[in-house]
Structures are given as C-alpha cells and as structure tokens.
Design a protein around this ligand. Structure first.
Ligand code: F6R
Length: 245
C-alpha cells in the first residue's frame, strides 16, 4: 500500500486534489466515488479552487457518494446530498444529473441499494474512490463486525459513530440510527481507493487498517486486499504506525 504523510490539512488538500486532477486529465469521462465528513473538505476546497483558477474540468465527471443517512431529505441541513452540493457540486461545472447519493428517503431501501449498485455497474465501475475513516475503523458506514464482502445496503450506525457525528446535530438523539452505505465489496471494486485521515483520534484506526490483521473489527483493514490503495495521512493520524513508508 502507498502511504503519503503530509504536514497538515492544507497539504492533504493539495495532495488529494493532485491525485484526483491527474486522474481526471487522463480520463475525462471519470467515475469518481466521494465521501462526506470533515476530512475530505480541504480536498474539495482545493478542487473548487483549481476549477475556478485553473479550469479543472468536471463536465464529464460522474460521481457516486458512499452513503446517506436514512430519513434525511436531500435538503436537510445534515444530509450528505446537501453537504456535497454545498461543498463541491455547486462550485464546479459538474452536471448535477450525473451526481449520485443514495436516497435516504427511499420507500424501499433494499430496492434503492440494488439500483445504486446497478448504476455503478452500468457506468463501468468507479475509477477512484475517496474515503475517510471513522475512529472505529469504519469506511462508508461499514461498521465493525460487518461482512468484508458487503454491497450497498441499509446499515445500523455503531454507538461510537453516533457519538462522533453528534457534533453535526443538536444532540446525539438526532443522529439517524441507520444509513444506506456502499459495502466493503463495493469499495474494493473501485480501480483505485484513496483514504484520507487527519487528527490524532484517527491514529489507532489508521494503524489497525494498514498494519493490523485483516478483520471485521477494523473494516478499513479490508483495503489491504486492494491492489491500488493510497493512504494520505497527517502526521498525527500516522503517529501509531510501526512500519516505515
Ligand atoms: C462519510 C463516510 C464516513 C467518514 C468517517 C470519517 O461519507 O464515508 O466513513 O469518512 O466517518 O468522518 P470525518 O471525516 O468527519 O472524521
């Protein structure tokens, strides 16, 4: 696995945007997998800057987000659709019709998840999947204890995830109990995966993902099976690593 250690969030933004921009220039009809949360924000900010100042072109990019909370409408303040619109899509020349986020309001979540998988397959799969990591080792909302071969489906949020994400809501009680999430198997099918982690609170999960045993206790450890996984880590997030990279 390739590990890049960066000084801070700004450098993470530049390194992440470099990886995405280079891939976009090589293949303009690009299928980009996206994550929400605090970690990728500097990357999205840098992509927006490059679009505005350097003409980085998103006109033929199709995106698929990892997940969405069940029960939040697209315009809800904390919905991941709204997050993506506000932090990336509204500021670049991407056709909105080509941006996909699972529908957390779907009447039939199982059918929604099957349709989501089918759409990814129809476009030929994801070229590059952006990932964050939960302090419990989750990727997407694939919580510890789940199958490492899972596909898009409805999942229950772990208590630690509810606590971590309570900072975005008025209280922990308002954090939805479940989400629709791409599975680990879905993520592993992407051509390349790029995981970003910043902050000391991620150090343990990062070390378990990169150097721990492959196990359901740390869902991100499944990335050890991926032939082209890149980890972009701030120094504090990398502080528990034992090996040299
Ligand atoms: C969100 C997602 C999650 C986050 C993770 C880290 O789409 O996939 O796995 O990446 O919970 O969140 P932050 O970056 O807020 O620490």
């Amino acid at each position: 696995m390739r590990v890049e250690i960066v000084a801070d969030a700004d450098e993470m933004g530049r390194v992440g945007a470099d990886l995405i921009a280079q891939a976009l220039s090589a293949k303009p009809h690009f299928i980009l997998g996206l994550a929400t949360g605090s970690t990728p924000l500097p990357v999205y900010r840098e992509l927006v800057r490059r679009h505005r100042e350097e003409g980085l072109d998103f006109s033929r990019v199709i995106t698929f987000n990892l997940d969405e909370y069940v029960g939040l409408a697209p315009d809800h303040e904390q919905s991941y659709r709204r997050f993506m619109n506000e932090n990336l899509f509204d500021h670049v020349n991407i056709p909105l019709a080509g941006t996909h986020v699972p529908d957390g309001m779907a009447e039939d979540p199982e059918a929604e998840c099957a349709a989501y998988e089918a759409m990814i397959e129809d476009v030929g799969g994801i070229d590059l999947q952006v990932l964050g990591i939960g302090s419990n080792g989750h990727i997407g909302f694939n919580e510890p204890g789940g199958s490492l071969a899972s596909r898009t489906r409805q999942v229950r949020l772990a208590q630690s995830t509810v606590s971590d994400n309570a900072r975005f809501f008025a209280s922990a009680e308002e954090v939805p109990a479940s989400a629709l999430s791409m599975g680990i198997g879905t993520v592993l099918d992407a051509e390349r995966v790029v995981l970003f982690a910043s902050g000391e609170n991620k150090a343990e999960a990062v070390a378990a993902a990169l150097e721990g045993p492959l196990c359901a206790k740390c869902p991100a450890s499944a990335l050890q099976l991926h032939p082209d996984a890149v980890f972009v880590l701030t120094e504090d997030a990398a502080s528990n690593l034992a090996l040299e990279y």
